[in-house]
Design a protein around this ligand. Sequence first.
Ligand code: FAD
Length: 414
Amino acid sequence: MHVVWFKRDLRIEDHIALVEAVKHGPVLPLYIFEPELWKQPDLSYRRYQFLKECLAELDQSLHGLGQRLIIKVGDAVEILEQLNERHSIQMLWSHQETWNGWTYARDKKVEQWTKNHNIPWHEPIQYGVIRCLNDRDGWASRWYGEMKKPVLNSPKRLCPVDEACDVLPAEEKLGLYYDGGMILQKAGRAEGLKLLHSFLSERGEGYTKDMSSPVTAFESCSRLSGHLAFGYISICEVFHALEQRIQEIKKMPFGTKGKWSSALRSYSGRLRWHCHFIQKLEDEPPIEFENVHPTYDGLREAKFDDAYFEAWKTGKTGYPMVDACMRALTVTGWLNFRMRAMLMSFVSYHLWLHWREPALHLARLFTDYEPGIHYSQVQMQSGTTGINSIRIYNPIKQGFDHDPNGEFIRKWGP
Ligand SMILES: Cc1cc2nc3c(=O)[nH]c(=O)nc-3n(C[C@H](O)[C@H](O)[C@H](O)COP(=O)(O)OP(=O)(O)OC[C@H]3O[C@@H](n4cnc5c(N)ncnc54)[C@H](O)[C@@H]3O)c2cc1C
């Protein structure tokens, strides 16, 4: 039996681990729901809702191939041990994962278990992030090489497997409680593809300019981040759709292209950043917990003002743009880049709080939480990297520049 362990790749298309495993024999498609992971401080109720929607969709897709998704609840090593006793695992397949410190430690244990049992664990890469990289010279061209690989079709059929499914635990059992996400994005692959196509054909034309303002960004950004974070859709699929659109635009007569060329160029760069930042965490896992540059150790640690933190978290600082952003994020689970940066800059400079607790709060609110991007950005906006210029956002100027009529502020902070 070949076990394909779905992690942050909840799809059957462009899934190299699944495609390769099927070539070698019968496949057991597995999702391990790990209660211990869900007790970590960066996980949240809304994330669980987003996950559940997609597991249901993935189950349906796999069902169409002949074998449903086997969901198991528990510790990964114990579950693999039980499955091995029943099915004698030949090989374990999963995409490489670069996520939080907890999943990193878990993967180390799984690696040891596979070695002890002489079971090869194949971990193909999925976003152009390279493990054990010596230096980043030539990284971008390797990334393009990965992205240009053809998008893989799903396998045609899976053999049925006799294995029972567990029931996912209720939120309260995990200590997860409703957190105000009243109008969260819809999850799942179908929704992700719809967003991708509407962005590339209509919504994205004004992207370069409109991404900065929270008045326009909710509509003009791709809104694919959550779908990429859970792997409902692969970066490679997005890259190919984008390249195709770039070629279409190139063929359009001069004067009819509107603002598309600039929009697609900006977007392409950001897709690369996605992987570039995950690569940083892959290379330096401690940045989730420690300052990138130790020179800044001790800068903000001495005092943590809980009242300031509470005001920031609840959107009650009295700075209209800051409060509107936090309230919008709490309800929708999303915010555009510039406003995320402003929230982080405000809590780090104006309120002078260490970045770690605010970072966790934002992680719980973002449906697209992706540790590699998140901690790199959090530290850049807090001035603790030692390599980026210090950037302090003026929350009043941001309002004048990006919400000149007070539309966004009135909507979220009446
Ligand atoms: C403090 C802070 C924390 C952040 N945390 C996260 C996070 O946890 N997860 C996350 O996906 N993004 C994070 N970002 C980056 C960025 O804000 C989001 O990727 C973006 O707003 C997602 O919306 P979108 O899909 O519509 O993006 P689009 O503007 O449509 O961009 C397309 C894709 O490019 C990638 N991307 C865009 N901007 C960036 C960037 N600056 N760095 C890296 N990749 C980028 C994302 O994958 C995104 O889906 C953070 C930014 C800041 C300032």
